[in-house]
Write a protein that binds this ligand. Structure first.
Ligand SMILES: *[C@@H]1O[C@H](CO)[C@@H](O)[C@H](O)[C@H]1NC(C)=O
Ligand SMILES: *[C@@H]1O[C@H](CO)[C@@H](O)[C@H](O)[C@H]1NC(C)=O
Ligand SMILES: *[C@@H]1O[C@H](CO)[C@@H](O)[C@H](O)[C@H]1NC(C)=O
Ligand SMILES: *[C@@H]1O[C@H](CO)[C@@H](O)[C@H](O)[C@H]1NC(C)=O
Ligand SMILES: *[C@@H]1O[C@H](CO)[C@@H](O)[C@H](O)[C@H]1NC(C)=O
Ligand SMILES: *[C@@H]1O[C@H](CO)[C@@H](O)[C@H](O)[C@H]1NC(C)=O
Length: 319
């Protein structure tokens, strides 16, 4: 995803009858009482998005909005951009509220030539692709734990001076996260690269293909829903063709954003069902100069998919 923020769009908010709870560092007794009341009416489906552009800037507390979408009880929260915000908001949902599972949604950048503007991807598994060792140029080949080869920066050094084979930035060797599994040994973290959306939910999401009404006005192609892609997450706004190609080739990832792996990892660590749905508003550096912004139409298409998916979860007694 580039400089664009992930948006929830007004479509969704309009559906929610609002009761607002702010959870900040110091929680007042009155807030805890309200949370208890809310929870006694649960369980809810947790909906977590990133940054509706229309909302005001920084506020240390998060607002949890309680309501219904298609008759399903939901708690909606906007986490803010980046992996720490995403993990913190997910943990707050898990700690404070009576939720059955978490549906994460937003916009993203495509790394995959078959997925373009306005399409919506349901992510099957996602990796934090920015956990790495930054090595000297003379380090031994392939320190990466999780890709075939390192990212050798010298190989991108163009044009090379006659006497230069490389540069001093060396190479980047990728490793996984350290994960605390929900039923693991206490205090024992394991190395894990891929965090999975709940399989049953991904299987149900196949019903969305060719079913959701997506807006195609002004898009260069007819938009589609793609289910089961691999995702990349990092606190990196990706707008670089060479790095896009490296990630696509080495990690086989189709979409990039700054939150999904944090949400899926945190949900998994807490033993919650989870899925990530991301619309593609840009091509992560493969965009032609002068391409218009497809952010708003993509956000709306993402929400259209979200609404139909909530309906499917409901029909299958998952929400
Ligand atoms: C931040 O959230 C609190 C709690 O909801 C609210 O009272 C306050 O007005 C907000 N501040 C800003 C700057 O929006
Ligand atoms: C390459 O040659 C230039 C000019 O002769 C010199 O300044 C530079 O240090 C050399 N670079 C390397 C990597 O040897
Ligand atoms: C995700 O699925 C893969 C393949 O089934 C598995 O190897 C991996 O351990 C799973 N990740 C987690 C965090 O459970
Ligand atoms: C579809 O997108 C166009 C252009 O972005 C917008 O003007 C129109 O209102 C949208 N249609 C619907 C039904 O949302
Ligand atoms: C996702 O990753 C797996 C394992 O590398 C690969 O087999 C699969 O083709 C990838 N999926 C897509 C849609 O690229
Ligand atoms: C997105 O949806 C909102 C709410 O329905 C609408 O006001 C807006 O025009 C839509 N934008 C586009 C680009 O379709």
């Amino acid at each position: 995803m580039g400089a664009k923020q992930v948006s929830s769009s007004l479509v969704l908010l309009a559906l929610i009858s609002i009761l607002v709870v702010s959870v900040s560092a110091k929680i007042r007794d009155s807030t805890l009482k309200k949370i208890k009341e809310i929870n006694s009416n649960g369980p809810y489906l947790g909906l977590l998005t990133v940054y509706p552009p229309e909302e005001a800037a920084f506020n240390a507390s998060r607002r949890f909005r309680v309501g219904t979408v298609n008759d399903v009880k939901v708690i909606y929260v906007r986490c803010g951009v980046g992996m720490v915000n995403a993990a913190a908001a997910t943990q707050q949902l898990a700690d404070f509220f009576n939720v059955r599972g978490i549906v994460h949604f937003g916009i993203a950048g495509s790394l995959d030539p078959t997925i373009s503007y306005g399409d919506v991807a349901v992510i099957k598994r996602v990796a934090n692709t920015a956990v790495y060792d930054m090595l000297n140029p003379n380090a031994q080949t392939t320190h990466s734990h999780v890709t075939k080869d390192d990212l050798i920066i010298g190989e991108y050094h163009q044009p090379k001076a006659e006497n230069e084979s490389s540069n001093r930035l060396g190479r980047v060797a990728f490793r996984g996260e350290r994960f605390f599994p929900p039923k693991g040994e206490p205090n024992v973290d394991i190395s894990e690269t891929w965090f999975n959306s709940t399989k049953k939910w991904v299987d149900l999401a196949f019903q969305l293909v060719d079913k959701v009404e997506l807006n195609e006005t002004g898009l260069p192609q007819k938009p589609k829903v793609v289910v089961g892609v691999n995702g990349s997450t990092a606190d990196i706004s990706l707008e670089n063709l060479a790095y896009r190609t490296f990630l696509y080739d080495e990690f086989k990832v189709s979409v990039h954003d700054a939150e999904s792996s944090a949400v899926v990892m945190t949900s998994s660590s807490n033993g919650y069902k989870v899925i990530a749905i991301r619309g593609l508003s840009d091509l992560s550096g493969a965009d032609k100069a002068g391409t218009p912004s497809y952010r708003d139409i993509t956000a709306n298409n993402t929400v259209a998919v979200l609404r139909d998916f909530i309906q499917i979860l409901h029909e299958n007694n998952e929400a």
